[in-house]
Design a protein around this ligand. Sequence first.
Ligand SMILES: *Cc1c(COP(=O)(O)O)cnc(C)c1O
Length: 379
Amino acid sequence: MTTTGGEKPIAFLDLPAQQRRLGAPLRQRIDTVLEHCRFVLGPEVTELEERLAQWGGVAHCVGVSSGTDALQIVMMAENIGPGDAVFLPAFTYTATAEVPLLLGATPVFVDVDPATFQIDPANLRQRIEKVRSDGILRPRALVGVDLFGQPAPWDALRSIAADYDLFLMDDCAQSFGGAYHGRKLGAEATATTLSFFPSKPLGGYGDGGAILTDDAERADLYRSLRTHGEGKTRYEVLRTGMNGRLDTLQAAVLLAKLDVFPEELARRDAIADAYDAGLRGVVTVPARVPDSASAWAIYSILFRNSAERAATQERMKAVGVPSAIYYPLPLHHQPAYQPHHDGVALPVAESLSQRILALPIHPELTDAEVARVIAAVRG
Ligand SMILES: *Cc1c(COP(=O)(O)O)cnc(C)c1O
């Protein structure tokens, strides 16, 4: 593709450049696995679990096959099923809502904060009260999603979960590497789920995920569930589980990436600051959750309306600058979920989906490319 400036298009995610940067240590990690051939739950998985638990400040980490499977295992462990209401933001990736439905439970969509895009505690209380007064579903669980790299409002979520006796979990698929009140994300809820999909801040080269918890009994249950509900031996089946194990090759890639993860997070943060400085006043730049650090999975700006967004996106495309919309539809308007929604308007999520636009923010972006992105948005 040629652009009007004749410049090379910028990548939204640059995995070839990332591989070059990771270099020999990555190859070495992969070669070691090819030598020992313990491809599923091999020694690198155990090593990764230890390092992730340490990073997240919890006692236990269970490596699993994806962020979605991590959510499923955690909900299966709580016996979440028919008749249960699971509260979650309407403005998130589909997986958060899909899992309760797969288990026969009902997702209850909650509106989000217009500035931080995180779940709105005031609306959450209203949604819980409505489920209680309707008297059909039992409020069971609350999934806080750390959206785009920043933390959900955990202080409020913990107190609401306590008030209504809800199981509290953290869908941290996008935000591992971020921090809240000076503490790295990973220990905000009873269980925290991670995704290593290649586009996440800590991404592997395939599917993968993990569950963090301080609870030893739950960790044992998660280990059992990820391997078909096995007991003390492989041939004792204690419960209905699934095949939710983590590949050793993915763990090997992630171990190489963990070594450079702090530098990558710093680079993402510097890019976010540069975007803020270059775009403030032109568009709405993302508000920072107070007293937090973002993993910057996604850097999203806001326009006044969808026409302005479409025009800017076109102009950017013409000069080789990519962008993406997370999320073009709030979940309660998705065809798959709309029939399970009570019809209540969630105006902030609905408005954001019309006005939001994500800019590239991977660590491989050069300063010159960041300047090009800013220039293209400014027009
Ligand atoms: C990516 C993502 C998931 C799912 O993770 P996978 O590893 O792709 O299954 C779940 N929740 C959120 C918020 C995500 O962004």
